[in-house]
Ligand binder design. Structure first.
Ligand code: NI
Ligand code: MN
Length: 236
């Protein structure tokens, strides 16, 4: 499928850079330094127009504070994570919640449900309440709709996501253990009916054993393209 001027670059794990056709940089779940799968040329990313955080786990917002401070880009997250990031010196937070939509020009970002947890690791070893885990539906200026599922199991309200937003591209975790494995992700694809699915959240740690090949096998004959991106290689 063609992205009509937009590009998607996987930065490893759940981190993505979506560049819109109007060259807006949307950075999703930035975990750059310390992410074993982040390409070295992106470890010091210093460009973002908006930063999205799906939930409070370190592997989804490990680089959020640094990237927000470098770029001044607004950070879109749930309300609780927004409050947490503010205590870390992030000035431009946009705390929201599920069902809400924020707009940046003609780009629309809607927070949707995810079936996962969201505690933030505290420096003293405890856990800070991080609200609920979510996902994002991003509709670009050219109408292309990208769903970043965050970390999640499959859930039947993915039907609602399809009916309301009809994502063209779904970024889905497949590694298992903390999220869906290919078995659940294949079911999610049948609910969401995207044109393209980009697997993520696999291979980073030994526990994340799901593979794009396994997902592809389970989707044999389904009208969907499984696009196994290499980190750093732009999909356009
Ligand atoms: Ni998580
Ligand atoms: Mn995760």
């Amino acid at each position: 499928m063609k992205l009509e001027g937009a590009t998607i670059t996987w930065l490893g794990h759940a981190s993505f850079l979506v560049k819109s056709a109007a060259n807006k940089y949307i950075v999703m779940d930035p975990w750059l330094q310390g992410n074993p799968k982040c390409p070295v040329e992106y470890e010091n990313l210093d460009q973002a127009d908006v930063i999205l955080i799906s939930h409070g786990h370190f592997d989804h917002m490990g680089s959020a504070v640094e990237l927000a401070k470098k770029t001044g880009a607004p950070v879109v997250s749930n309300f609780e994570i927004g409050g947490y990031l503010a205590t870390k010196g992030v000035e431009n937070t946009m705390g929201m919640n599920k069902g809400g939509t924020v707009a940046f020009g003609d780009i629309k970002i809607t927070m949707v449900h995810a079936d996962h947890s969201s505690g933030i690791a505290a420096e003293d070893g405890g856990t800070i309440y991080g609200g609920e885990a979510g996902g994002f539906v991003v509709t670009l200026e050219n109408g292309l709709t990208v769903y970043h599922a965050g970390d999640t199991n499959v859930f039947s309200d993915m039907n609602i996501i399809r009916e309301l937003y009809a994502p063209d591209i779904a970024l889905l975790p497949i590694g298992g253990h903390f999220t869906m494995s290919p078995k659940e992700a294949a079911y999610a694809v049948k609910l969401l009916k995207p044109e393209m699915v980009i697997p993520m959240h696999y291979g980073t740690f030994d526990a994340l054993t799901g593979t794009p090949e396994a997902l592809q096998d389970l989707l044999e004959g389904e009208p969907v393209e499984v696009m196994a991106l290499q980190p750093g290689v732009q999909c356009q």
